[in-house]
Design a binder for this molecule. Structure first.
Ligand SMILES: *Cc1c(COP(=O)(O)O)cnc(C)c1O
Length: 398
């Protein structure tokens, strides 16, 4: 492994302090490094591998598409684009989709759609976007501008103009930021990177009401919490609200890089038109073959039903750990998107490292949260194994 790590450090721009593991292959919910050590993967490539590694039929669908055609450009139609678009629109109950290559680009598209929506309204050309403190929406200048984390923004100012921040789950603070200039309110249904904070039902409904009252677009970022992770295809479906625009990525392609922003009829009809937005790769047949197959698998194998079945067991096991260890002080989350707050003198980074050494991949979020976002196909035995490995890791820290 040392050889690959050294080679990487010599040639890859150093923007990540990586953990000392070189992963080479995976199967189901396990991954192996180049030394042959096996890990139980409860990080899923940052909530990407919803179906784990080599889900039956997935590789075959990708290979089949490679043998047909992998790229066409958006100057023409292609078969997987048509299929993936229809399936994603139907799964979300929304109207239209624009495929991107990443979550960040989905956010960029959503911001442009919101500004265009306001611009088209004529008399009231609002351009301001209200985003949330402790949010995460990506690293491009636009997405960074709506990311409520000063540390990520500092070196890159001036950022995009017209962004105001409010407190998540505090409707009054959102209200206080609304003005004649506002065009949209953007939030994650469950904040991920910020530390696993699910939106309160009253808050999300309140934001919807504010958007309706002031003719603003409600943009929900479902990049991490969507695609079944929280126990419904999209997390907002549990709240009795629908956004005007939602963003997807991460598990949308289950490992193939792809994102999307999806619009309802109102947002689609009064925003982007030919010439307003584009992408060379977005909607490419290879990426769309992945999306199309992922959505087929979700439906045929009732992946969301499985999440609802297994998630309470994960919560139960995490709560048992919480009761046993002083360094675990709280648990938050929805479905298979769980966070455990680490404190009392123990650093979450040390817990993550100790887990890795003990053959378990988990992530951190915020400054003190242990983030657990396993593939959606885990079974009880994997949850048991996770708990054992966390106990061993915490034992090694003591
Ligand atoms: C990961 C993430 C993004 C950015 O997605 P990329 O694919 O890394 O560009 C945006 N929003 C949320 C909520 C995310 O978790």
């Amino acid at each position: 492994m040392d050889k690959y790590m050294e080679q990487s450090e010599n040639y890859v721009l150093h923007t990540y302090n990586r953990f000392p593991a070189v992963f080479e292959s995976g199967q189901g919910v396990y991954v192996k490094d180049t030394d042959g050590k096996e890990y139980l993967d409860f990080g899923a490539g940052i909530a990407v591998l919803g179906l784990g590694y080599h889900y039956p039929g997935f590789d075959e669908a990708l290979k089949e598409q490679i043998d047909k055609i992998i790229h066409t450009s958006n100057l023409y139609y292609n078969v997987p684009l048509a299929a993936a678009a229809e399936k994603l629109v139907k799964a979300s109950g929304m109207s239209r989709v624009f495929f991107t290559n990443s979550g960040t680009e989905a956010i960029e598209g959503a911001i442009k759609a919101a500004r265009k929506y306001a611009h088209k309204q004529g008399e009231k050309p609002g351009y301001e976007i209200i985003a949330m403190n402790h949010s995460f929406h990506g690293r491009s200048v636009g997405a960074l501008s709506v990311t409520g984390n000063a540390h990520y923004q500092e070196a890159f100012r001036p950022l995009m103009d017209g962004v105001r921040f409010a407190d998540f789950n505090d409707l009054e603070s959102v209200k206080a930021q609304i003005s004649e200039k506002t065009c949209a309110i953007l939030l994650e249904t469950v904040q991920g990177e910020g530390g696993i904070y699910p939106a309160d039902e009253a808050f999300l409904r309140g934001v919807r009401e504010l958007c309706d009252k002031h003719d603003l677009l409600m943009i929900l970022d479902e990049i991490q919490c969507g695609m079944g992770r929280c126990g419904s295809m999209f997390a907002w479906q549990q709240y009795g609200v629908q956004p005007d625009i939602m963003t997807c990525a991460k598990a949308l392609g289950c490992g193939v890089p792809v994102g999307a922003f999806v619009l309802n009829e109102r947002a689609a009809s009064y925003s982007l038109v030919p010439g307003d937005h584009g992408t060379t790769y977005g909607g490419n047949p290879f990426a769309c073959a992945a999306v199309s197959k992922v959505l087929d698998i979700f439906e045929q194998d009732n992946i969301v039903g499985h999440v609802c079945e297994i998630a309470p067991y994960l919560e139960e096991k995490l709560d048992a750990l919480l009761a046993k260890y002083d360094c675990m002080t709280a648990r938050r989350g929805k479905g298979l998107m769980q966070g455990v707050v680490i404190g009392n003198g123990v650093k979450v980074g040390d817990v993550v490292k100790a887990c890795l050494a003990n053959g378990l991949i988990v992530l951190s979020a915020g400054s003190d949260v242990l983030r657990i976002v396993p593939p959606l196909i885990i079974e009880k035995q994997h949850v048991d194994e996770m708990a054992q490995k966390i106990e061993k890791a915490l034992g090694s820290l003591a």
